[in-house]
Design a protein around this ligand. Structure first.
Ligand code: BES
Ligand code: ZN
Length: 591
């Protein structure tokens, strides 16, 4: 067995004993809000290994047997903050399989059980999981480390009239038995285990692409994602074959705590990207890009999270550039730069969490999931690309994904690969101070400076509007939602109520159907206490549980006493609509 870097977020001891294949046999009970069944693992162990460790959190363990159904003794440790418990199973010389009988509890935080009321069609309940970063252990007893990969099969029993899908080969329609079988023949890490159950249907988009959504959403989803196949083709041209065979999306109910989650073969997505004009489909490119950076070549531990996200943002923008041109991709990068500046300003440029290489030991890995990994990571890769030249850099990346397929990478291993590959360019590489980017906080001075022609035009509009007390408004007919977002984000924090009223009367932001625009607009209406927006803000926060939107809005709300009371009151009412991931963030903010 190979040596692996220690992962501070698992009890698993992969150098002693590790899982190779999972057979998951579970039943979904919506009445009890419980999953019950067994996880049977084929294992690999050292000759001397006497135990195998699994991570569990919020699970009830009902028994453990081996391949001959013989009981295996096991021990469950006390509870460790953030990590949960160690389920340590005693092994015999001959143990090949361990089968763990278990059930989930109300503390199984990966799971969100939604009533029919909380879905788009309001006819059937819905269940979805969110395993990243370390929540897989709350719905499956598992070796929950990104450095451990396994293949899986699953048998999932669901109530009549519901369909089940996973990060695996999926059914495209319901059957009468309510039993669905899955295979995942490519080895994946635990954080990519995923399940959704509900009343949704499937539509094909391209040869390898398609979408699942509730019936009332399916048409809109097919329209919104119509470029999916083109994205896969563009991605393959850049960095080699898409090896997962199928690339589908599922549109989840609005409480899904993230924009998207790159579950293999089936990306989970928030419905808030369905804007009606395909303007928010960068997210599709992002999750698709993870099929290489992340799912194929995986960060060894959460301290190397930037390897997953920074590469993916870079790749996402390259896909968008191939499909929609450089002006489009530049807009995304400039918005990204703004996000990076804001993040570093908020966190402080000496903050250790603004380093690319994180130290999350003893902490919730969620703490490291900031824009640093995404945008500082992106700008480092962009810096390298600009200096080595795109042609050489693309050749390196293509090779990197092929050579390291189904492997994990630490930041240090990546640096070594880079050095070994670019020996003749070593002077150039040295000049880039890559180590500073990785091991030092803040934004290094050589961060690429970007301009977007389209946004320069928007800058002029913002100044005009502010300089003329609102009387000079731009011609915005041809603006995409990116220009609108940039416009909104560049308004000063000190904007007056009168200016907000004027903007809303002309541009109707409060009535926008675009969730990104609403999320960028509300902070101003909150700060100026613009009354007509509160009702919309209330319904937005009651439905949408996407943390990236919800958390910043609560942050602005609690800055002022009256707003804070309003927010606490609202949260008391809507907290139950949010997934545990979002609940945790907002709880920490408010209490
Ligand atoms: N893998 C992430 C989501 C994630 C990260 C979940 C860390 C849990 C812990 C996903 O690929 C992602 O980055 N989603 C973004 C969208 C993207 C377009 C930047 C999101 O959800 O906002
Ligand atoms: Zn991502």
């Amino acid at each position: 067995m190979d040596k692996r870097p220690p992962d501070p977020h698992t009890f698993a001891l992969p150098n002693e004993a590790l899982v190779k294949h999972l057979f998951l046999d579970i039943e979904i009970d919506f009445d009890q809000k419980q999953i019950e069944g067994s996880a049977t693992y084929t294992i690999e162990k050292n000759r001397s290994a006497q135990r195998i460790n699994f991570d569990i959190d919020g699970l009830k363990i009902n028994g453990v047997v081996d391949q001959d159904q013989k009981d295996l003794p096991f021990e469950i440790s006390s509870y460790f903050k953030y990590l949960g418990k160690n389920l340590s199973i005693s092994l015999n010389k001959n143990t090949e399989k361990v089968s763990i009988q278990y059930s989930t509890t109300e503390n199984s935080r990966a799971l969100q059980w939604l009533s029919a009321e909380q879905t788009a069609d309001k006819t059937s309940p819905f269940l979805f999981t969110q395993s990243q970063a370390i929540l897989a252990r709350t719905w499956i007893p598992i070796q929950d480390s990104p450095g451990i990969r396994f293949t899986y099969d699953a048998k999932v029993k669901v109530p009549e009239n519901l369909l089940a899908v996973m990060s695996a080969q999926n059914p495209q329609e319901k059957n009468d038995s309510g039993v669905y079988e899955f295979t995942m023949k490519q080895a994946i890490p635990s954080y990519l285990m995923a399940l959704a159950v509900g009343d949704f249907e499937y539509r094909k988009i391209g040869r390898r692409t398609g979408v699942y959504a509730e019936p009332s959403m399916i048409e809109a989803a097919v329209y919104e994602f119509s470029d999916m196949e083109k994205m896969v083709i563009a991605a393959e041209k850049l960095y080699g074959p898409y090896i997962w065979e199928q690339f589908d999306m599922i549109v989840l109910p609005p409480s899904f705590p993230f924009g998207g989650m790159e579950n293999p073969r089936l990306t989970f997505a928030t419905p808030t990207i369905i804007a009606g004009d395909k303007s928010l489909t960068t997210l599709v490119a992002h999750e698709l890009a993870h099929s290489w950076s992340g799912n194929l070549v995986t960060n060894a531990t959460w301290n190397d999270f930037w390897l997953n996200e920074g590469f993916t943002v870079y790749f996402e923008r390259r896909i968008m550039e191939s499909l929609y041109g450089k002006d489009y991709a530049d807009m995304l990068a400039v918005i990204g730069y703004k996000d990076l500046l804001e993040t570093v300003e908020n966190m402080g440029n000496k903050n250790a969490d603004t380093k690319l290489k994180l130290n999350l030991e003893g902490r919730n890995p969620d703490d490291g999931m900031t824009d640093i990994a995404y945008e500082k990571g992106y700008f480092l890769i962009r810096l390298i690309e600009e200096n080595l030249g795109r042609k050489k850099w693309d050749a390196f990346l293509k090779n990197y994904f092929t050579e390291n397929a189904f492997k994990t990478k630490t930041t240090e291993e990546f640096l070594l690969d880079l050095k070994n590959h670019f020996i003749e360019d070593s002077a150039k590489l040295n000049d880039l101070n890559i180590e500073q980017w990785i091991y030092e906080p803040g934004i290094p001075e050589n961060c690429p400076v970007l301009v977007s022609k389209k946004f320069e035009n928007v800058d002029v509009c913002v100044s005009n509007f502010l300089d003329t007390a609102g009387f000079k408004l731009c011609n915005t007919k041809k603006w995409s939602s990116h220009e609108w977002l940039y416009f909104l984000r560049n308004l000063p924090d000190t904007i007056s109520l009168a200016q907000i009223e004027l903007l809303d009367s002309v541009y109707q932001f409060t009535n926008s159907k675009n969730a990104e625009i609403l999320a960028a607009w509300f902070p101003y209406t909150i700060k100026t206490k613009y009354q007509p927006a509160y009702e919309k803000l209330d319904s937005f926060l009651s439905q949408v549980g996407r943390r990236k939107f919800v958390a910043p809005l609560f942050k602005v709300l609690i800055e002022e006493e009256e707003n804070k009371i309003w927010a606490k009151n609202l949260y008391g009412r809507v907290r139950k609509n949010y997934h545990a991931v979002t609940q945790q963030t907002i709880d920490e903010l408010l209490y």
